[in-house]
Each structure stands twice: as structure tokens, then as C-alpha cells.
Design a protein around this ligand. Sequence first.
Ligand code: CTP
Ligand code: MG
Length: 180
Amino acid sequence: MLYLLLKTIWLLIPAYTPNNFAVVFGGGMPIDLGKNFIDGKRILGDGKTIRGFIFGVLGGILCGTIQFNLEKFFGLAFFSLLSFMDAFVLIVSLSIGSLTGDLVGSFIKRRIGIERGQAFPFFDQLTFLVFAFLFAYSFSPFFSYLFTLDVIIAAFIITPALHLLTNYIAFKLGLKDVPW
Ligand code: CTP
Ligand code: MG
């Protein structure tokens, strides 16, 4: 169980970290260029910026590349079961998929009238995951080699829990005003 938990988190780091990089390095021009959709509401909103997307994707790729090399160094074999190029394709797909899912999530939130920054529990935590898997499945022939069914099921259980836990820690550290 613990092994599955740790393996799942490790494999998902290239999908988890892009949003953190987007938070830190984002800002500036929104991806929707400030435009509204046909319903008169913003297409995506000011929370989705071009810089956030680019640095988020690069951040996820950086983390995955570091992970690959750490595995080699410590004699572990998850991403490094694959050649560097094959692992890289998988990592890039997870990272781009994650932030694309984040955009899809915001698009849907705006359509149903949830304001930018307003939490939409479970949805906020799961759209990025679904798209990270969809992209990795579509672009990497080795997806199902690492992401076995047990890992995918664990991911859907762990991700919301992990999110709640990190928010609670951020709250305790005084980084957030509310514990969710
Ligand atoms: N961010 C960004 N560009 C992105 C994604 C995120 O600049 N493509 C930054 C924004 O500053 C954003 C913050 O990261 O406010 C937190 O991201 P997220 O929670 O995904 O966005 P929200 O502001 O909550 O907006 P939404 O309601 O649309 O999810
Ligand atoms: Mg948010």
C-alpha cells in the first residue's frame, strides 16, 4: 500500500508541479486575452495567464527530468525504466496535459458561473488529473507501462486528499487564510 502510494505520487509529480510553478511565475496577459465567451462571461478568466502556462509546463518538465536523473543516481527505476527520450515524451505529456486540464476546468467553471479563484471542490483537483492521463495516454506509447490500473485508481483517491492536506499545511503556516 505504502509503496503504491509513494509510487503514484512520484509518477504524478510532473502533473502536480506545473500549477505550483504557474502560481509562482504566472501573471500578465491572460490566455483568453480578456475576452468574453458568447454567454457574456470571461472565456477563462484572469487566473489563467500565458506566462503561468509556459513556466508551469517548463517547471513540470524540469521536475520530471530531475526525477529521471535522481532515479538513475539512486538506482531506482520508474521513469528511468524508459529511455530518456521515451520518459521525456511521457513527462512533457503529463505536464502539458495537467495545465490544459486546468484551462478546461476554468472554462467549465466560468460557464456555470463560478468566479475566478472561487473553489470548486473535487472538480478543481480532478480535471487536471484526467487531462494529464489523457495526454500521456495519447502521446506516450509507454503510458500504461508505468501507469497501471492500481496507480490510476490510487491517483484519483490520493489527489483530492493530498490537496486538502497541502492546503491545511499552508493554512497552519499562515500562507493561506482558510484551511481548504
Ligand atoms: N496561474 C497562471 N496561469 C495559469 C494557471 C495559474 O498565472 N495558466 C496562476 C494565477 O495567478 C492563478 C493561480 O496561479 O490565480 C492559481 O491557479 P488556479 O487555482 O488554477 O486559478 P484560479 O485563480 O483559482 O482561477 P480559476 O477559478 O479559473 O481556477
Ligand atoms: Mg483556484
